[in-house]
Design a protein around this ligand. Structure first.
Ligand code: GLN
Length: 446
């Protein structure tokens, strides 16, 4: 598959020829279920879009039954930025319903398969975007990351996935899951493409009140030769699988070979991250999903009166995982429990932020696993709790609002990709991409 960088220099004829081939390839790989829908290919370079990002006049559903029939009335800011840069959204990729999940199994449209091994999950919630890029069915894609949903599927499918600093990329037109955590980001074949796509979609936007209003760019300044200080976390990785530990050791060697300085650091027990995240995310999700009442958006199931209409619409429109999150969110926000859960989670969030800040006083980047193992097989995660626990390495990054990039480091004995992530200080995307490029160069993942 050609890279985004290469695609940007194709002539019109070459691009048209490429689009025809791509269309044929997508047809031939329908079984993967990476795409929910293929729309008009448009004029520009085709790019795949997660089904929670609005493209004007297209259906957008967050892979939920409750949004069937909803047509986006306007473009998300990132879509306008893509169009301005000569890229055309052409396909909506599959995802976990409302981006809640780690496997893309909760989609109303059925599960997506991992392109490396179809018995395995592609990860989630941006599993469709990761599978599309991993299978060569897209040059690049957009995903969204609330607690790992770009980085983890990228790691499972052997591609690059990047979560920007909170506020770098406008959330205007993104279906909200947990507003203080959500960020849109690039999913690409390599680090340089991620930097190019990040430059295109990031920047100031008055339509998003949490936007950082910063417009500095990274891709024309990429420098893999910079010598950085990188923290590794020997204790933190103790519970990861042997594959992850092996990749971690390999990456440390590669970083040393590139001339970086490695220092050992410790972080507090990541079990607190899980609690703080699942309280914060479900509390915000409950609030955000309140708007899907059958009156204003999408699907409606008529009842005898308004209350029954709400009840029936939401009962039939939401899937089990979404309902579980709504119940959890209402619980942690309810009077009597608010102080015990929600307030405590916010305090823990501050501790996590402070801990990162302390480490970034001394280092440029942190090397961390993305997930505790390679992509599990379908059905391998026995219950929701096990799924939540598998987010252990990604969610603190969202709680602290930091940028991070997941890239493939090796394949295990079964040929499954193993990804790791580099984490940078807030707004230091330049260092994140420079360090990632240097690691990618040294390990040469095939
Ligand atoms: N797996 C996490 C969750 O279910 C993260 C999802 C995401 O980043 N959108 O909440």
């Amino acid at each position: 598959m050609i890279t985004l960088k290469e695609a940007l220099s194709l002539s019109k004829d070459e691009l048209n020829k490429f689009k025809k081939e791509l269309q044929t390839k997508i047809e031939a790989n329908k079984d993967l279920n990476a795409y929910i829908d293929i729309n008009d290919f448009g004029e520009g370079i085709p790019i795949a879009i997660k089904d929670n990002i609005q493209v004007k006049e297209w259906s957008v559903t967050s892979a939920s039954k409750i949004l069937q029939g909803y047509i986006a009335p306007y473009n998300a800011t990132v879509i306008n930025k893509l169009l301005d840069a000569g890229l055309s959204p052409f396909g909506r990729t599959n995802m976990d319903e409302f981006a809640m999940g780690s496997t893309t199994e909760t989609s109303y449209y059925g599960k997506t398969l991992n392109p490396v091994n179809s018995d395995c999950v592609p990860g989630g919630s941006s599993g469709g975007s990761a599978a599309a890029v991993g299978a060569g069915l897209a040059i690049a894609a957009l995903g969204s990351d609330t607690g790992g949903s770009i980085r983890q599927p990228a790691a499972y499918c052997g591609i690059v996935g990047m979560k920007p600093t909170y506020g770098r990329v406008s959330r205007y037109g993104l279906g909200a899951y947990a507003s203080s955590l959500d960020q849109i980001g690039p999913m690409t074949q390599n680090v340089e493409d991620a930097a190019i796509l990040y430059d295109i979609i990031s920047g100031s936007d008055e339509k998003d009140s949490t936007n950082a209003m910063m417009d500095d760019k990274v891709s024309d300044k990429l420098n893999a030769e910079r010598k950085l200080t990188i923290a590794v976390l020997p204790k933190y990785i103790e519970n990861a699988s042997e594959d992850i530990k092996e990749a971690y050791a390999k990456a440390i060697e590669a970083l040393k070979a590139q001339g970086h300085t490695i220092v050992e650091k410790e972080m507090m027990d990541a079990k607190y991250d899980i609690s703080a995240y699942y309280i914060t995310a479900t509390a915000e999700a409950t609030t955000n999903l309140g708007r899907y009442d059958g009156i204003r958006y999408g699907n409606r199931v008529e009842g005898a009166n308004l209350e029954e209409t709400y009840y029936k619409t939401r009962s039939e429109g939401f899937g089990d995982e979404v309902k579980r999150r709504i119940l959890l969110g209402n619980f942690v926000l309810s009077s009597g429990y608010y102080e015990a859960y929600y307030v405590k989670a916010q305090k823990t969030r501050h501790l996590i932020k402070d801990e990162y800040a302390k480490i970034f006083n001394e280092v440029d980047l942190i090397l961390s696993p993305v997930a505790p193992s390679v992509a599990p097989k379908f059905g391998e995660l026995a219950n929701p709790m096990e799924m939540y626990l598998s987010d252990i390495y990604t969610i603190s990054v969202n709680l602290a609002g930091l940028p991070a990039l997941s890239l493939p480091v090796m394949k295990n004995k079964d040929g499954m990709p193993v990804g790791l992530q580099l984490i940078a200080n807030a707004y230091d995307e330049q260092t994140l991409f420079d360090g990632s490029l240097s690691l990618e160069k040294e390990i040469a993942y095939k």
